[in-house]
Design a protein around this ligand. Structure first.
Ligand code: R5P
Length: 292
């Protein structure tokens, strides 16, 4: 039996007010505890930023370059990622359950690269996301695309289900091949996603005016790496994005298609979490690469 005598409890320190600190992530202070806890497993509470390793490309591309053998080429990178963005198929079959970083599950899909890409449906139930201990569900939103409304509604349905279960929703702004990738478009797409409930938004960095994209979006933004560019340029891209307001990167090809992916992800981490200058990060990349 526990001691029911509460008379002995005297250590109240009534002169010390209980702390009530704001949550570290933009726009997330009013979220419930479980959601905040999951977000703290995506974004570092120390830097307020994240390095997400994206390798969900197979959900519409099949086995693309660098992702032929995720077990051999991607699993060794996972200790350096704050979060993995992937499909449930790869999670179950290939990722060791001992991985303790954040899991962001691809939650929309349908068409392959051979078809109209905006024709997506929700492709994951929230029950499955809970079962797989996901921190967030990622959904493509095609602003200006042929199936714009459906993709927005895919997102809002996931937001509703995610909020009921304390799981974040990452809205991925997908830009059609013939659309201008400029700040005006990114402001429109990211703001619509945030207004309609996305917990955070993934978009592309734009050279002219990315700071206005980040400022106009009331939730955190992470940037996609996009197609492979030279390693030094990818580090510059990450640097500019975080200096202009991004809360990190969700980078795929520029890590796993780098000449030395394990060196590249470590260099990206330094830029994102420690504000290392891109030139120094590139030096680090070369050193780590030469060490094999
Ligand atoms: C694309 O829709 C996928 O969600 C990828 O995760 C995303 O494009 C990020 O990868 P990358 O840095 O290769 O662009």
């Amino acid at each position: 039996m526990a001691d029911a005598d509460t008379e002995g409890a005297k250590n109240y320190r009534a002169e010390i007010p209980q702390k009530s600190e704001p949550f570290f992530l933009k726009g997330s202070n009013e979220l419930d505890w479980g959601l905040k806890n999951r977000l703290a497993n995506i974004f570092s509470p120390n830097s307020g930023r994240t390095v997400m390793l994206a390798f969900d490309h197979g959900y519409f591309l099949g086995p693309t370059s660098g992702l032929e053998r995720i077990d051999l080429d991607i699993v060794p990178l996972t200790p350096y990622a704050d979060t993995l963005m992937l499909t449930r198929g790869i999670l179950r079959t290939t990722i060791p359950p001992t991985y303790t970083g954040g899991i962001v599950l691809r939650a929309s899909g349908g068409p392959s690269i051979l078809k109209e890409l905006s024709d997506e449906e929700i492709a994951l139930s929230v029950d499955e996301a809970v079962r797989l201990n996901a921190a967030a569900m990622a959904v493509q939103v095609f602003i200006g695309g042929e199936h714009e409304t459906r993709s927005v509604h895919n997102m809002t349905r996931l937001v509703d289900a995610g909020n009921r279960n304390g799981i974040a929703t990452l809205a991925v702004t997908a830009v059609g091949r013939d659309m201008a990738r400029d700040a005006k478009y990114m402001r429109l797409a990211t703001r619509i996603c945030a207004e309609l409930g996305a917990t955070y938004v993934k978009t592309y960095y734009v050279e002219d005016g990315f700071d206005t994209v980040a400022a106009g979006c009331p939730v955190p933004i992470v940037i996609a790496g996009g197609k492979k560019i030279p390693e030094e340029d990818a580090l510059e891209l990450a640097h500019h994005a975080v200096q202009e307001g991004a809360a990190g990167v969700d980078m795929g090809r520029n890590i796993f298609q780098a000449e030395c992916p394990v060196a590249m992800i470590q260099a990206v981490r330094k830029v994102v979490h420690e504000d290392l200058a891109p030139s120094q990060a590139y030096e680090l990349y070369q050193t780590l690469k030469s060490e094999g």
